[in-house]
Ligand binder design. Structure first.
Ligand code: S3P
Length: 436
């Protein structure tokens, strides 16, 4: 990355014969964010092992420090965070959320209930992403939030909050979590309703830190005025990072990959169902629960006859939102293709992921049809190596490194260093398990 935040490193990816090995991945990004922010708010010390190594979670940790939490590294590699006991400090400078939408949106919820003025800023990509979705419910709770044309900087004048009953118009775990973090500090009981059950790490993290929440099939409620206490936790491996390897391994009949200590929260594990329906053989062993989160060992072997076909739409699209780029990137190598719909949200992620997936697949020689809310990628295609543009988006860089493994000839991923946003070890681990 250069000083303006642009990703400038190119990586060459050669075709592979299969993927073999056993990996233990750095901690889940969604859980790491939430634990870092709640640890800053809680009383006492939180100790986190296997914290995400991605730059996004470092942004959350940095903001926690700027808000008065004291952080240090323990002898065993655990991050120790001494919380502020519910009163965050007002920093002199703006809080830098980097590339991280999770940090900006969830922090907005946490700060809405704090007295003082807080300014949240981000890089060029984050400054283009929609923030009105988080401003709207927080304004209803009586926070004063200013945006510029719906975007960052997010200026929050926090204070006393009133509980609300809110239905999220777009399924979003980040918005849900922001409302629950504000609800924790509001007067009364805040209820959040969603039409699609999005990832529930916010609810589970609040419970882990000692809050009581109640839930029905489509709503979650939290009473304001509850105190939080620090926790001691090992964060499960990130299934959305494993997704790149699981999809890659599915392409080669001789592959055999094992992941230990992987997060298997059911609201995140839809990819395993999709890969199974495409024909991959997946077994899950040693299931355990840690702070409400399921953790286990996952083994994947690929089908001899190749992958089948699938359509991802409706609730599935929301639940698989982070995995759609890599599923689209392997789609040409399936027998009958992958059809993605109801995924318009992909256009407002770190990049316009629908447009970038389509243009990069085309650069590799694939036939792809682009829709406002998805893609049709035909199966049975042969791709060639190409120059890939990551657009500075970590998931695009990694998705096309996977597509490059089954192409003819080498590919060059421009802006490959964007992978460090969520998974700095990605290219090294890929070299470790890919047999060439
Ligand atoms: C996340 C939720 C998703 C996802 C993002 C992480 C979270 O975003 O795309 O990578 O940790 O809550 P939305 O909630 O905006 O869909």
């Amino acid at each position: 990355m250069d000083t303006s935040g642009t990703h400038t490193v190119s990586r060459t990816v050669a075709p592979a014969r299969n993927l073999l090995g056993s990996l233990r991945l750095p901690g889940d990004k969604s859980i790491s964010h939430r634990y870092a922010l709640l640890a800053a708010y809680a009383s006492g010390t939180t100790r986190l092992r296997n914290f995400s190594t991605g730059a996004d979670c470092a942004s959350s940790l940095g903001c926690s420090e700027d808000l008065g939490a004291e952080t240090s590294l323990g002898d065993d590699g655990a991050i120790q965070i001494v919380g502020t006991g519910g009163t965050l400090h007002v920093p002199a400078a703006p809080l830098d959320c980097g590339n991280s939408g999770s940090t900006m949106r969830m922090l907005a919820g946490l700060l809405a209930g704090q007295h003082g003025t807080f300014t949240l800023i981000g890089d060029a990509s984050l400054s283009r992403r929609p923030m009105e979705r988080v401003r709207k419910p927080l304004m209803q709770m009586a926070a004063n939030i200013t945006l510029t044309d719906g975007h960052a900087p997010v200026i929050i004048k926090g204070g006393a909050l009133t509980a609300i009953d809110y239905t999220t118009p777009v399924p979003s775990a980040q918005v849900k979590t922001a409302v629950l973090f504000a609800g924790l500090q509001a007067n009364g009981i805040t209820t959040l309703r969603e039409s699609v059950r999005t990832r529930d790490h916010g609810e589970l993290a609040l419970r882990a830190f000692g809050a009581e929440l109640s839930r029905t099939s489509d709503s979650i409620s939290i009473a304001g005025g509850q105190a939080l206490t620090g926790i001691d936790a090992t964060i499960p491996g990130d299934l959305s990072s494993a997704a790149f390897f699981l999809c890659a391994a599915s392409l080669f009949p001789e592959s055999n990959l094992v992941f230990d200590g992987l997060g298997l929260n059911p609201t995140r594990a839809t990819l395993l169902d999709v890969l199974t329906s495409l024909g991959a053989r997946i077994s899950v062993l040693n299931l355990e629960e840690k702070h409400g989160e399921l953790v286990g060992t996952v083994q994947l072997t690929a089908p001899r006859e190749g992958l089948g076909a699938t359509t991802i739409s409706g609730a599935l699209a929301a639940q698989l939102i982070d995995e759609l780029p890599v599923l689209a990137a392997i789609a040409p190598y399936t027998r009958d293709g992958i059809r993605i719909r109801d995924a318009k949200e992909l256009r407002v992620k770190e990049s316009d992921r629908i447009a970038l997936v389509a243009s990069n697949l085309r650069a590799m020689g694939a036939v792809v049809e682009e829709f406002e809310d998805g893609l049709d990628v035909r199966g049975g295609q042969k791709l060639h190596g190409a120059e890939i543009n990551s657009g500075g988006d970590h998931r695009i860089a990694m998705a096309f490194a996977v597509a490059a493994l089954r192409a003819t000839g080498e590919s060059v991923i421009h802006g490959a260093d964007a992978a460090a946003i969520s998974f700095p070890e990605f290219f090294d681990l890929l070299d470790l398990v890919a047999e060439r």
